[in-house]
Design a protein around this ligand. Structure first.
Ligand code: F6P
Length: 453
């Protein structure tokens, strides 16, 4: 079970900011918002009521064993969940291990960006004959995912490999070009349910397939998420960590804290902060509220890595603008630890470290940073994992999905759409010569718009 420490989030300890009374003033509003979310049964909650998606993915278990490597091709919500599961639940050197060391489980690479050097370097590391490519796109129109699909397909064709054996598509059950191509060519498919948006889709086949392929127990992931739903659906605002956190983030946002920092003190947890960044940004960053008023709301998610970013960001967080609320992610038990040898006992600047472990140092740094922020009046909270396991990561995912949806309800916006991404996509189509989109970039090529040196 995840543990939450909200001690340093209130005026009582900060000496500034919002008091418990001020924050909990909105408790009825938060409770109603949570109830509304649960009653509306968004797709990310509905999927946990069935084993349908687990079964769909597990039906491919034997076929997957034909391969040594899985390459996920997708971007945003079609990539970040895969990366987060891979980083948090597999050893950091997983893709460097031999097949025996991996006990037949697959290496997993995620190709999201269209940086040619990045894509090329992944291709160089794989044995095409033993590689399966999972092209993930809900819409089937995202330029980056489609371009990388074409690149990969081109390479497979050139090599004379059987396309329908080396490709699988994860996409909308009915719509889109990937569905169409799959039907025509007999390519296997997995479903992205229509009621689940990309950034909420990690517990659909989007995230489950690569997780299963690399040996993650996807049923345990569901178990953690399902237990999380029970725990976080509870309606007491004083004991439900979703409600406390929603109240905190909502109240501090209204109070001018426009930045939400997530700072894991663990390299393995770092990509969970990346996943959270898309979830918080695309869900809550909205121009209009549900009544059509222009609100331009949202809270900018920032990720930082402890202890590394203590030496890069903390000066700003402590002494810069008071516009942040910070969430630390802390890991109690690391998969492995290193003892610091007792050397140089005569040098005081080194001797105090001897005999301690690296995890002890890292976690002391987290506590020290939390206390320093508190001294400086920066509200912060700590979310603690006892250890990294499928069930704790599953719980974390549902915790943040629910928190985001409740925040959306409190802000009276739609957390499930992303209209603000569309214009940039259309201008890109225009720049790339896509038919029907000619006009979108034209305007900005006029001389009066330019200031180039
Ligand atoms: O799965 P798709 O449709 O390719 O979309 C990828 C990503 O692009 C967006 O639509 C816009 O960034 C995200 O919401 C989504 O996760």
């Amino acid at each position: 079970m995840l543990k939450f420490d909200f001690s340093f989030a209130f005026k009582e300890n900060l000496g500034t900011g919002l008091s418990k009374d001020e924050v909990f003033n909105n408790r009825e509003f938060a409770k109603r918002s949570l109830l509304d979310v649960i009653e509306s049964e968004p797709g990310f909650l509905r999927i946990l009521k069935t084993d349908e998606y687990l079964d769909e993915v597990e039906a491919l278990k034997d076929w997957v064993k034909n391969f040594d490597t899985l390459v996920v091709v997708g971007i945003g919500g079609s990539a970040l969940g895969n990366l987060a599961l891979h980083a948090s639940l597999k050893p950091m050197n997983w893709n460097l291990l031999s097949e025996e060391e991996r006990e037949g489980n697959l290496r997993v690479f995620v190709v999201d960006n269209v940086d040619p050097h990045f894509v090329g370097s992944v291709i160089e590391q794989i044995d095409l004959d033993r590689t399966l490519f999972n092209v993930i796109s809900k819409s089937g129109t995202t330029a980056e995912a489609m371009a990388n699909y074409l690149v990969v397909r081109g390479i497979l064709e050139k090599r004379g490999l059987d396309i329908s054996e080396h490709l699988i598509f994860t996409t909308d059950p009915e719509k889109g070009v990937l569905r169409q191509i799959a039907k025509e060519e007999g390519i296997r498919t997995l479903t992205i349910p229509q009621d689940v948006g990309g950034r909420f889709s990690v517990l659909t086949p989007v995230g489950l397939f690569s997780a299963m392929a690399e040996g993650i127990d996807i049923r345990k992931l569901y178990e953690g998420a399902r237990n999380g739903v029970k725990r976080y659906s509870e309606s007491s605002a004083d004991t439900n960590p979703v409600l406390v956190n929603a109240l905190l983030h909502y109240s501090y946002l209204k109070d001018g804290k426009s930045i939400s920092v997530m700072m894991p003190y663990s390299n393995q947890l770092y990509l969970l902060a990346d996943w959270y960044r898309q979830l918080w940004a695309e869900s809550l960053g909205k121009k209009y509220d549900l009544d059509g008023n222009v609100v331009n709301t949202g809270q900018t998610p920032v990720k930082a890595l402890g202890a590394v970013d203590q030496h890069s960001q903390i000066q700003l967080y402590n002494e810069g603008p008071k516009d942040k609320i910070v969430t630390f992610l802390k890991l109690e038990k690391f998969p492995g630890d290193l003892q610091i040898p007792e050397l140089h006992s005569e040098i005081e600047a080194l001797s105090y470290l001897g005999g301690k472990s690296l995890s002890e140092l890292l976690n002391s740094e987290q506590e020290g940073t939390a206390m320093a922020l508190t001294e400086n009046g920066v509200p912060n909270l700590t979310l603690r994992f006892d250890e990294l396991s499928e069930s704790s990561v599953g719980e974390f995912i549902i915790y943040y999905e629910l928190l985001t949806a409740v925040m959306g309800a409190m802000l009276n916006i739609n957390p499930y759409d992303q209209p603000g991404v569309e214009l940039g996509k259309k201008i890109t189509y225009s720049l790339m010569g896509r038919k029907g989109y000619e006009a979108f970039a034209g305007k900005f090529s006029e001389k009066k718009w330019r200031f180039e040196l």
